[in-house]
Design a protein around this ligand. Structure first.
Ligand code: NAP
Length: 250
C-alpha cells in the first residue's frame, strides 16, 4: 500500500478514513505499507503509525530517507525521527529515496549498516536508482545487501524494462513498483476479453499485469476502503502469457 500525499490532520474525518483503508488492506492480506519521511511533512508516517498501532507484527513497514539527509549522521537522525513518528522500534525496509551524487553512497550505506546492527531497520533498499547506482550501493556494504529498488512502473511507464527489471531478476533484488495505477489515470482501452474472462476492473488488470514478474511487487495507493478491496483481489489469478501481451499492447 502506498501512502504518498496521505496523512490528513490528526483527529480529522479524512485521517480516520485513511486509517480505515490501511487497516482493511492489512485484513485482506496486503501487509507491505510504504511511506517516507518527506510525505506530507512526516504526517504520512504518523498516520501509518496510527493505523498499525495494535497490529505492528502483522505488517512490513517500508519508509525512506530523503536525498538531502544522506550524510552518516543525518541518516541516523532521520531514521530515529521516522521510528518516533511511526511509533515503532524498527522499520522493516529503509530505502534511500533518491540518489544524491553530491554525497558518497559509501557514507550513506555505512550508516545503513549501523542501523541494521542496532536493530532499527531490518533490510536496506534504494529508490529511483539506476543499475550502476544500485551496484555501487551494493558494493558499499560489507554485511548487507540492497534487497530492493523502488521505481516507477506501470502499463503507461515501462522505462525499467530494458535494464532495471532484468538486473533485479538476475540479482534477486525486489523491484517495488510505484505509481502502478499511473497515479489514478486508469487505462481505458484494455482488452475486453481479458476483463470479462477474469471478471476484473481495468485497475485490477493494471495491477495484475505489473506484478506478472516474480521479482515485482506493487504498492498502489487507495485512500478509501472500496478501492482497497478492489486492489486486494487483483492478483489471485495469473493471466496467460499471450493475454499479458495483449494487455501491454492495448
Ligand atoms: P498510484 O498508486 O498509481 O495511484 C493512486 C491513485 O489511484 C489514487 O488517486 C487512487 O484514488 C487511485 N486508485 C486506487 N485504487 C483504484 C482503483 N481500484 N480504481 C480506480 N482508481 C484507484 O499512485 P501513487 O500514489 O503515485 O503511487 C503509489 C505509491 O508509490 C505512493 O503512494 C508512494 O507510496 C509510492 N511512490 C514512491 C515514489 C518514489 O519516488 N519512491 C514516487 C511516487 C510514489 P483513491 O485515493 O481515491 O483510492
Amino acid at each position: 500500500m502506498g501512502t504518498w500525499k496521505m496523512g490528513a490532520a490528526s483527529g480529522s474525518e479524512e485521517r480516520a478514513k485513511e486509517v480505515r483503508a490501511l487497516r482493511r488492506g492489512v485484513e485482506l492480506g496486503i501487509t507491505l505499507i510504504d511511506t517516507a519521511e518527506v510525505y506530507t511533512a512526516g504526517r504520512s508516517e504518523e498516520m501509518v503509525g496510527e493505523a498499525i498501532r495494535e497490529i505492528r507484527k502483522d505488517v512490513f513497514i517500508a519508509t525512506k530517507v530523503s536525498p538531502g539527509h544522506l550524510h552518516y549522521d543525518d541518516v541516523i537522525k532521520s531514521c530515529r525521527a521516522s521510528l518516533k513518528r511511526l511509533g515503532t522500534s524498527y522499520v522493516d525496509l529503509y530505502q534511500v529515496h533518491w540518489p544524491n551524487p553530491r554525497i558518497p553512497i559509501k557514507e550513506t550505506m555505512t550508516a545503513m549498516e549501523k542501523l541494521v546492527d542496532e536493530g532499527a531497520i531490518r533490510f536496506v533498499g534504494v529508490s529511483n536508482f539506476s543499475v550502476s547506482e544500485t551496484e555501487e550501493a551494493m558494493n558499499s556494504m560489507s554485511r548487507n545487501e540492497v534487497v530492493s529498488n523502488q521505481v516507477e512502473y506501470s502499463l503507461t511507464n515501462r522505462y525499467v524494462e530494458p535494464e532495471i527489471l532484468p538486473y533485479c531478476a538476475k540479482e534477486k533484488v525486489t523491484l517495488v513498483a510505484y505509481s502502478p495505477l499511473a497515479e489514478g489515470k486508469i487505462a481505458e482501452s484494455l482488452p475486453s476479453a481479458v476483463l470479462r474472462k477474469y471478471h476484473m476492473t481495468p485497475a485490477q488488470v493494471m495491477l495484475n499485469w505489473v506484478t506478472r514478474h516474480e521479482q515485482v511487487v506493487a504498492i498502489p495507493k487507495a485512500t478509501g476502503v472500496a478501492h482497497m478491496e478492489e486492489n486486494a483481489s487483483s492478483v489471485s489469478v495469473r493471466f496467460d502469457p499471450a493475454e499479458y501481451d495483449q494487455v501491454a499492447s492495448a
